[in-house]
Design a protein around this ligand. Sequence first.
Ligand code: HAS
Length: 549
Amino acid sequence: IAAQDRKIALWNIGVAYTAFLIGTLAGLLQVFIRNDALQLPAWLDYYQILTAHGVLLALVFTTFFIFGFFITGMSKSIGTFGPKVRLFSWIGFAVTLLGTILATVMIVSGQASVLYTFYAPLKASGWFYVGLALWVVGTWISSFALIGHYMVWRRKHKGEHSPLFAFMTITTIIMWIISCLGVVATVLFQYIPWAFGFTDTINVELSRSLFWYFGHPLVYFWLLPAYMAWYLIVPKLLGVKVFSDSLARLSFVLFILFSIPVGFHHQLTEPGISNFWKFLQVVLTFMVIVPSLMTAFSMFATFEISGRKKGATGLFGWFRLLPWKDVRFTSIFIAMAFFIPGGAGGIINASFQLNEVVHNTLWIVGHFHITVGTPVAMTFMGLTFWLIPYLTGRKFTKTMQRLGFVQIITWSIGMLLMSTAQHILGLLGAPRRTAYSGYNDHPAAMEWFDGLLTNHVTMAVGGSILFLSAMILIYIVIMTMFLSPKAERPEDFVEFPLADSDKENTPKFLEQWTIWIGIAFALIFIAYAIPIGDMIQNAPPGSAGFKTW
Ligand code: HAS
């Protein structure tokens, strides 16, 4: 791809890994605080570090990495950016970065210890919310730049299906833009007036609902780029085509429809929403599981087709013949394997009654470490191994490949230890998000930590292994960005592994966005209009929430 496009992608990825470095350091500090092995200085507290950890890894690392990946893939699959697209991509990047810096300064200076979910009643400095608003606006500008690029392509290729990479990027972006409407509304009309003192109080239930309207599709904003790698990169590494172009497109479209009207499944224990609306959103949540099951099916089919091509026989003969020595593949395969328990855990969380058992416990922390922390993160690692050298034109040497294996194996072991402990502790009753990890020496609480896996020491070992792994990754990133030898011979150049996808039988309506956006808004209206209306009507007097009548 063109050098100017590479530059934008590389800056995005560079910021992503800077956030990753600070965020993982905050993670390491956390496990040691829990283990009572570390006393923090007076200016730093547990919640400050927890917020930095969550925001920098879950929000900042992911977002910048995703845009780096999208920019590279869009330039590769539908052509070099025009000057306007390039300009807006830079502006989007700069505004997102400005917002990130402002929010991070507020967190580090102790003025925004409100955790990465930042909803009321916790309150931060108004500037933190301004930072968040800039962050969202920045991502929108970058998104519209990519949409513009896609529209130009469509105008030139009337009646054709867009390449699968572009289709998936646009689907993800559409979902992102619609979902951000909730967070934009609450940040602009509730948090900013409240935090700067223009209003005395805030309508908590409304603000949480608007947050989760955004918060759940947010997790699919992380997941879908990983799915793009599963659908598009993995088959290429296996030497086969995409299993089914229309299945892949349909599964992405289903995310536009069902990933948004489900936010109440994060609020099942909250008193301000009636059971009917919660139940409706639980049903819709079970719909959003379908495209993930389609993805699992598609992956197994891809593995089997590639195995059969190489002569595999029997039910699982293909397993042995997967390209295990290729770190780009192995990383993603482990990512997928983690998503089996990760997804099953999600189904448990979403089940109305079972949620009572797991809500607000360490189980949830375990859940998101084996969804975003491993399936998504390890897919991004698998991408990093070729994406950065592809963009810089440097070699991915044998030593790097070996280090890559050490990195992904340590990450998997660390996550396995830590997340298993978190799941079990959660089931035993250990709450999440508390600095009082000694639970005032309560005898029942002390027993939780007696197990071999649920020991604080085991968790600290898991956390330390993870940090070691993160540092190896940072080393690989720095080498492939700045120091590895430049590729000169054709065989040294790192490729962008993009699989072919047969589009002959793909129905045209899959790319008629108005249909999908229309249905998405209809579903959102059905799921949210009445309960949100109730919340507004019952707003506390004088609150930013919105008007009292
Ligand atoms: Fe979740 C809470 C429900 C998926 C992230 N989730 C969270 C939070 C985060 C998060 C960050 O209903 C915490 C928020 C907070 O701080 O409060 N989640 C679900 C459901 C799914 C789900 C139904 N979550 C994710 C993904 C995330 C993520 C993905 C990040 C990327 N989650 C919940 C609920 C809560 C929740 C409740 C609130 C809990 C509470 O009470 O607070 C589904 O999307 C999952 C569907 C997935 C599958 C798995 C398909 C498997 C595949 C792998 C195939 C493997 C292969 C490899 C091919 C059905 C595709 C083969 C290998 C071999 C070795 C055989």
